[in-house]
Design a protein around this ligand. Sequence first.
Ligand code: MN
Ligand code: MN
Length: 321
Amino acid sequence: MKQPTRYHDLADPQALPRHTGIASFFRAPIATAAEEADIAIIGIPFDGGVTHRSGCRHGPRAVREQSCLLRRINADGVAPFRNTRVRDLGDCWLEFPYELQGALDEIAGFYQRVLGAGAVPLSVGGDHSVSLPVLRAVAAHRPVGMIHIDAHCDTGDDYMGSRFHHGAPFRRAVEEGLLDPARVIQIGIRGTTNDPAMWRFSRDSGMRVLGMDEFQDRGWQFALAEARRVAGSGPVYLSFDIDSLDPAEAPGTGTPEAGGIRVIEALRLLRGLAGLDFVGADLVEVAPPFDHGSITAFNGASILFEELCLLSAALEARRQG
Ligand code: MN
Ligand code: MN
């Protein structure tokens, strides 16, 4: 209905006053078909894989709301909306959410259609179990590398009768041939445990586990260099669990661990990954019921914007390559 009469730049949705409009991701146009998108930002409001404190099914809405604060260009000059059709594809909601493996199959079917339409997916969970069905679509034709930032390796196994909870997706992904463990790095790992061998699968399979002690001792620049070395030049997926951040900056999550990554370190680490061949990314485990003043959703939206910049830079490189 309303058109600008003097400030024609306002026709650009990212230039509109940020408190206006329907809260899509980054105020991007809402699409109903993946064919309309080069990069499809998708909410997955599902937390049926959570083992303890649920609530991240509410993550996509909170991140959409806070993402309105982000602008068009990042600190390194990456402008993801300039040459790329970035669209909010809405939510991958579930028709049958109460049976875990069936729900994950339903998510995989949705993402197969997204990939089939040629769109690159940027997902907002939801709990970390959703990364497995996303990878089933993204890595359907060849295994991919992964940069995984998290307080937990998520390479566990059976827990109370399930092998598909949010602490196990990347073990399943290796077993299903979706991940090349030699090209996987896990950054930010820490915390107490009931079993000293809880994450042994990560090291035994050949993943690089860069724990929080090493991260603090050697710095984010070293973690960045290691991530670039391990991921190499092949296709790579980026998975960011918000509980990798220090609980002071991300209290709104189900499984916080003391002593995490600062958000400034995470943002600089992500910006430094530009140039890798990213084929998909996600942000998971933002749980608004535990948040304070939306700090977690806001920091999550800020992380998500850097992921969007990485995907758009990789898409541009593939177009030119
Ligand atoms: Mn996780
Ligand atoms: Mn975690």
